[in-house]
Ligand binder design. Structure first.
Ligand code: ZN
Length: 171
């Protein structure tokens, strides 16, 4: 935690400490030597498993940054989709695994969101709506289905994005 405070400041570290899920993620990330970097002018977050690095946008609200961290931590720590390769799997299998993994990462993020709500933090309305929709509107299966019609940060729908990833890495 000292390291987090030094790297990201008091507010970030204090809020992180209110989420048991993030605390346990952080422990695992440290154990696996995953680096966390905050980047200016980046919206959202992404992670690179080969270099074991998580990049989170530094411009948004602290709570959003922490939720993005939780999301990427899931991909790095628990994601099981291998690098796409035509020898290992078909494009369709890759798509299915990535959609499953993304839905699970969102569930993980929402469990951190719930912990922040329980800790009394005020969250933006759209975040609270996300949680309500998940809790009362069909759970993980609904999240998974919604991905089919959701755009990624690169303005493509998720299935198109994953298909392109597969095609690019198989060329
Ligand atoms: Zn994701």
């Amino acid at each position: 935690m000292l390291r987090i405070r030094r790297q990201f400041g008091q507010r970030f570290a204090y809020r992180l400490s209110k989420s048991p899920t993030l605390l346990s993620d952080l422990k695992l990330l440290r154990k696996r030597h995953v680096k966390i970097r905050r980047v200016r002018h980046l919206w959202g977050a992404y992670s690179v498993s080969t270099t074991k690095t998580i990049y989170i946008g530094a411009d948004g609200a602290v709570t959003d940054q922490l939720l993005h961290l939780a999301h990427e931590a899931y991909h790095i720590l628990f994601g099981e989709t291998p690098e796409p390769s035509p020898r290992r799997m078909s494009r369709r299998q890759y798509l299915r695994m990535m959609l499953d993994e993304e839905a699970d990462a969102q569930v993980h993020e929402l469990s951190v969101l719930k912990e922040f709500m329980q800790a009394g933090y005020h969250l933006p309305a759209h975040r609270r709506d996300d949680y309500r929709r998940y809790r009362f509107g069909g759970g993980r299966a609904a999240l998974r289905k919604a991905l089919l019609a959701t755009e990624t940060y690169s303005d493509e729908l998720y299935p198109a994005f994953y298909r392109r990833q597969y095609d690019e890495s198989c060329n």
